[in-house]
Design a protein around this ligand. Structure first.
Ligand code: FEO
Length: 387
């Protein structure tokens, strides 16, 4: 527990032994489920935590209440996803008189997760722009549908200037992480919220002009300094605009022939001055890191072996992710490998064709089993075409 302001304390929980967050994302540095208490005349708690850390959370909550004998008047449920709603049952059991503040959509969704709990007596439904006075603190609720589920709202403490931002501005990190925010926040954003860029833009429009000095998300560090930096990155990511001029060379290789071609092309791109060049082995690193790099950089070269009359599974998975995350507006080079019937380039082009504003550049390079001396001219031409 630590204080954000004289009335607001962080009471979230750290999780440093989860194998995969949301069943798919590696979090080598752990992740936090953030929760906050506003200790005003009426006590409000902003979101619960994943049931994995329910006991820690309840302990922090009790600690924050101290010996005052006071109990929470409200639990504000900004987002119903179980990493934030998982401990609602335990909260209600301990504080049965508390109201559950949420959007109508959230109230309906809560019934799906807790069908045996009667929320009707305790439900406090709020709409966009509604305010709740806790004493000195006035909270304003701002709906944020599809950031990242339909029921989401964020909450502005208009008194202290604290924006409780739900999943927005969250990160794959513990709350006290000393690491730079950008990389793990980018990986969190692009993989979890990335599909909903237009919804994030809508929320950012609503927040423009409102006054706040602290952003308190549901994962990772609370942001206080240099908010303009985080805002600028969020704006860029949600517009699908790259941050850096450079090329992601992503490859999927069986026996090393395609990997060799990818390495050679990366070297040619560096020689040609193609900006930052990142070589990425899709078979050996989690796809979430590749998705984040595809958002960050302005261009991609995709190198895949032909496999089972298709592309290699790791490349298929990568392109499927990019399509579902709505990535758009990238210049893309293709290198295919095939020992007897190369067909990877056509399949990759077909998958890119389902995305907006993807430009496949010529020449498409075809290699047979391994890179040969005769392939050099085409490889160099592709490197130049990527500039
Ligand atoms: Fe951290 Fe969308 O839940």
């Amino acid at each position: 527990m630590h204080k954000l302001t004289p009335l607001i304390s962080f009471i979230g929980a750290e999780d440093d032994n989860i194998d995969l967050f949301e069943g798919q994302y590696p979090v080598p540095a752990g992740i936090s489920y953030n929760s906050y208490i506003i200790d005003d005349d009426a006590v409000a708690v902003v979101d619960s935590v994943d049931v994995r850390r329910c006991a820690d959370w309840l302990t922090s909550l009790e600690e924050a209440l101290g010996d005052s004998g006071r109990t929470p008047r409200y639990l504000i449920v900004q987002h119903v996803e179980p990493d934030h709603s998982g401990s609602i049952r335990a909260f209600i059991e301990r504080y049965p008189a508390a109201g559950i503040v949420s959007t109508a959509k959230a109230a309906a969704m809560l019934r799906n997760f807790f069908e045996d709990i009667d929320f009707s007596e305790r439900s406090v439904i709020v709409s966009d722009g509604d305010e709740l006075c806790l004493g000195r603190t006035v909270l304003r609720f701002i709906t944020a549908p599809m950031v990242h589920w339909p029921e989401v709202m964020v909450t502005l403490d208009t008194t202290e200037g604290v924006l409780f931002s739900a999943d927005a501005f969250g990160s794959f990190a513990m709350s006290r992480s000393g690491e730079a925010w950008d990389a793990e926040a980018r990986r969190y954003y692009t993989n979890i919220v990335g599909r909903f860029g237009s919804s994030v833009q809508s929320l950012m429009k609503k927040l423009t002009g409102l006054s706040f000095n602290t952003v308190a998300p549901l994962h990772g560090p609370v942001l206080t300094d240099n908010l303009a930096h985080y805002w600028k990155l969020y704006d860029r990511w949600s517009r699908y605009e790259p941050e850096t001029d450079g090329v992601l060379v992503a490859y999927a290789s069986v026996y090393g022939g395609t990997a060799e071609a990818a390495r050679r092309l990366a070297s040619m791109l560096e020689t040609e001055g193609a900006g930052e060049v990142v070589l990425f082995d899709l078979c050996r690193h989690d796809v979430s890191y590749a998705v984040a790099e595809a958002f960050r950089l302005s261009k991609m070269v995709l190198c895949s072996v032909t496999y089972d009359g298709d592309i290699f599974p790791a490349m298929h998975d990568f392109l499927h992710h990019l399509e579902r995350k709505n990535l758009r507006g990238r210049k893309v080079g293709l290198v295919e490998n095939g020992s007897w019937a190369p067909m990877a380039a056509g399949i990759m082009a077909g998958m890119l064709g389902k995305m907006k504003d993807m430009t496949v550049v010529e020449p498409v390079v075809t290699i047979r089993s391994r890179l040969h001396h005769d392939d050099t001219a085409a490889m160099r031409a592709l490197a130049k075409a990527m500039l």
